[in-house]
Design a protein around this ligand. Structure first.
Ligand code: ADP
Ligand code: TRP
Length: 337
């Protein structure tokens, strides 16, 4: 039986935090280890420049995201790991797909609609005020990313389901119009069990809220970050329930069910918040400290990251060229015979 292809992209606009690790990085690395799958993972830097207009941030993030995945154990033999901008075929496919995508489909995209809503709420006459074409046609670029490598499944967060469905629509339209079953129809893969990690303030941990705990820190820095998690004024010895501080859920994301149960019991029996924070910081460290050295080493040697990305791009381009040639041929772009 043919192997199932899984593909996903990570936008290069931030420095990875514990939420990204628990919700995306750890499960993806586990999924890529399965025998019946082939996986593709890429740094979506052309997506990055849609929302982020700070070149230094795009550069830092590309380095940090790549080093994070590698330090967390991504097996680059099993996973084709590349940077979007190293595969120019994606942009060629993007244009061909743009020519068959209904404008109405893009009008319905969530990101565009949200930007329009901001303008309407501000009472502006021009609903498209300051909205750029990159944001508007972003689902087509995402479709090109996915269809270029014939992905069957695309693991994404819930906010991205609509984009994967659009990629499927676009592929169907292409296949129908050109009478060939060239493009594989993808589907979104949503992990029902993925934990949404809470941040220091009790909201979802997110770089947009400034409430994150960075993934790679020294034990001291981490303890300082963990100490900022909100708790209440209960004294040592007073019983505490697990929902009285976000620290319990973070602990749970790094502990076995037995350890989690013991932690809950200790809180019920009056464990001091200060002690709980020490236990939490140690628990996170037990999973991440060994990876921190690898991360720092990669960050100090960007050339190593570059070599890995180039090797991934080389592998990916062989396939991309092949599919693109067939797609161009299907639309009538080829050498004259
Ligand atoms: P952020 O909210 O920090 O901007 P992104 O939107 O870039 O994070 O998310 C990147 C990946 O990390 C996505 O797959 C998303 O589902 C996952 N992720 C982000 N925040 C969390 C969180 N708090 N808990 C679990 N997963 C998360
Ligand atoms: N748009 C996705 C996000 O913001 C990232 C992404 C770009 C992606 N291209 C993709 C995800 C292709 C899956 C497949 O998270």
């Amino acid at each position: 039986m043919a192997k199932k292809r899984i593909l996903t992209g990570v936008t290069t606009t931030g420095i990875p935090h514990l939420g990204n690790y628990v919700g995306a990085i750890r499960p993806a690395i586990q999924a890529a280890a399965a025998e019946d799958t082939e996986s593709y993972l890429f740094l979506a830097n052309y997506h990055g420049i849609i929302k982020c207009h700070d070149p230094a941030m795009i550069d830092d993030s590309t380095r940090a995201v790549a080093a994070t995945w590698l330090a967390c154990g991504l097996d680059t033999e099993r996973t084709t790991f590349y940077r979007q901008s190293d595969i120019p075929e994606i942009l060629e496919l993007n244009w061909i797909l743009t020519c068959i995508t209904a404008k109405g489909l893009m009008n319905r995209a969530h990101a565009y609609k949200a930007a329009v809503q901001v303008n309407i709420d501000a009472g502006l006459e021009d609903q498209d005020h300051q909205i750029e074409m990159g944001l508007y046609s972003y689902p087509i670029l995402m479709a090109a990313d996915i269809l270029m490598f014939q992905a069957n499944q695309v693991p994404v967060g819930r906010d991205q389901i609509q984009h994967v469905e659009m990629a499927r629509d676009i592929a169907q339209r292409f296949n129908h119009r050109f009478g060939k079953n060239l493009l594989t129809l993808p589907e979104a893969l949503i992990d029902e069990n993925v934990q949404l990690l809470v941040g220091l303030d009790g909201r979802k941990m997110s770089k947009s809220y400034g409430n994150t705990i960075p993934l790679f820190q020294t034990p001291n820095q981490r303890q300082k970050a963990v100490n900022k998690i909100v708790t209440n004024l209960k004294e040592p010895g007073e019983p505490k329930a697990k929902d009285e501080s976000p620290l319990f859920e973070i602990y749970q994301a790094f502990a076995t069910p037995e350890e989690t149960q013991a932690f809950e019991q200790a809180l019920n029996e009056g464990l001091a918040w200060g002690e709980a924070k020490k236990l939490l910081s140690a628990k996170i460290g037990a999973e991440l400290d060994s990876k921190t050295d690898a991360y720092n080493d990669l960050i100090a040697h960007p050339q190593r990251i570059e070599e890995i990305l180039q090797a991934g791009a080389h592998k990916a381009r062989v396939e991309a060229r092949e599919l693109l040639a067939q797609v161009k041929d299907a639309v009538g772009i080829h050498t004259l015979k």
